[in-house]
Design a protein around this ligand. Structure first.
Ligand code: URA
Length: 436
């Protein structure tokens, strides 16, 4: 087989066989197929698609590119959650400690920022010393001892996704159902959790812009989880406007810390509560999501979730004094509010444009080798449906230079639509998908 023939086949709208997909993925993971061929292949997949069978082969090939953990060796049942990617989506930082504090072990494999969306690994690395490149024995030991572990793809775990993920981020090949499904589900299968909650985002700041695409992605991932012997539920959630207020790595860690202390923005707190409640029900610690909600509220009010977060930070080498005193986390040198140019109701806060403004500030990458500036970002003070007065702060920009600050100021005003009439707020969730 030759990589170029597989690229040409997909370019010419043909189906790839299981053997061809496996050859390409294992060859790329092993470094035998170069980035330029993988980028061409990813673009062909993005443009011409894959059917459900090809996508399932792709998921399994990517999972098999490294080890597939058997977590039952260390805990009776472990769960995981994964978001398809959004702006201001720091849900994992709250949900996973909450769930672990309720006695349900969480073995999580996360990703980095992708396109205009943020990534959990980048956020957690705002905490000085925090390590995400864990060896398998560290992952297993921490799951047993702490009941919570958060790692990235490594040479041992889902290495094909580790490489493809970074490549897709900078080659315009993120927005593809087969590539997203394979990226997420290969990580979930490799990391071994037996029950998985998928937070499938839909809207202007999601990779799935329509409900139809979001449903298709959710149904595909839930079905593949079933075939791989895992239980999964998908929630369809809104990503038209940023979730919570903070967009940018350390700013999002601070917001997650506030939420773990029982505060945080109302929409973000409610989103985390629903996701954690479903995860507790899926992991059979709660009888149903309603019971799960009671457990979540308890874990947030008695500080047990916060204590679990501290244990996570400590176990992975993070400087816990910086989360105890978040003013010690990385911060931008320039902080400036952006006042509203006029009064009115907010009809749109375009999540993708806000995410792109954060990337330009330095919170994300434009090229593989770009470093992240953990301190920069944006606080979004307004939600669709709010009424604002002229001069009221709409955003606060955290920038590393005057030039970047000026650029963000210009682009952030374009993210908003004002209305002279009252506007309904957006829902947080649109539905739930479980195995048929
Ligand atoms: N999250 C992932 O892990 N991969 C994607 O492709 C999108 C979101």
């Amino acid at each position: 087989m030759r990589a170029v023939d597989i690229i040409i086949k997909k370019r010419d709208h043909q189906r790839l066989t299981e053997a061809e997909i496996d050859y390409f993925i294992q060859g790329y993971a092993a470094g035998e197929i170069p980035d330029y061929q993988a980028a061409a292949w990813a673009m062909a997949v993005l443009l011409n698609g894959m059917d459900a069978e090809e996508t399932t082969h792709l998921i399994m090939a990517m999972a098999r590119s490294g080890e597939i953990l058997d977590l039952s060796q260390v805990v009776p049942l472990a769960v995981d959650k994964h978001s398809t990617g959004g702006v201001g989506d720091k849900t994992t930082l709250v949900v996973e400690p909450v769930v672990a504090a309720c006695g349900l072990p969480v073995g999580k494999m996360s990703g980095r920022g992708l396109g205009f969306t943020g990534g959990t690994l980048d956020k957690m690395e705002s905490i000085p010393g925090f390590r995400t490149n864990l060896e398998i024995d560290e992952f297993m030991a921490q799951l047993k001892d702490v009941g919570l572990v958060l790692a990235g793809q490594s040479k041992a775990l889902a290495p094909a996704d580790g490489k493809l993920y970074a490549l897709r981020d900078v080659t315009g090949t993120v927005q593809s159902i087969p590539l997203i499904a394979s990226s997420i589900m290969s990580k979930k299968i490799a990391a071994g959790a037996q029950a998985i909650l998928l937070d499938v985002k839909v809207g202007l700041g999601a990779f799935m812009q329509t409900m139809e695409d979001a449903r298709q992605l959710a149904e595909l991932m839930v079905a593949v989880a079933g075939k791989a012997g895992r239980r999964a539920v998908a929630l369809l959630s809104d990503m038209n406007q940023p979730l919570g207020e903070a967009v940018g790595n350390a700013l999002e860690v601070k917001e997650a810390i506030d939420t773990l202390h029982g505060g945080g923005p109302a929409d973000f707190r409610e989103h985390c509560t629903v996701v954690a409640a479903h995860l507790l029900a899926l992991g059979q610690v709660a009888n149903n999501p309603g019971h799960g909600r009671q457990l979540v509220e308890q874990a947030l009010s008695d500080d047990s979730a916060w204590e679990k977060f501290r244990q996570l930070v400590t176990a992975q080498g993070g400087d816990v004094s910086t989360v105890d005193d978040p003013s010690r986390l990385p911060a931008a040198s320039l902080v400036e509010p952006l006042p509203s140019p006029h009064a009115g109701w907010i009809a749109q806060v375009h999540a993708r444009l806000v995410g792109e403004a954060a990337v330009v500030l330095g919170a994300g990458r434009a090229r593989l080798e770009d470093p992240i500036d953990h301190g920069v970002g944006i606080l979004v003070h307004t939600k669709v449906g709010d009424h604002v007065e002229k001069g009221q702060p709409l955003f606060t920009i955290h920038a590393a230079s005057q030039e970047k600050l000026d650029e963000a100021r210009r682009s952030l005003l374009d993210t908003l639509l004002f209305s002279d009439e009252p506007v309904d707020p957006l829902p947080l969730f649109y539905g739930e998908i479980s195995e048929a």
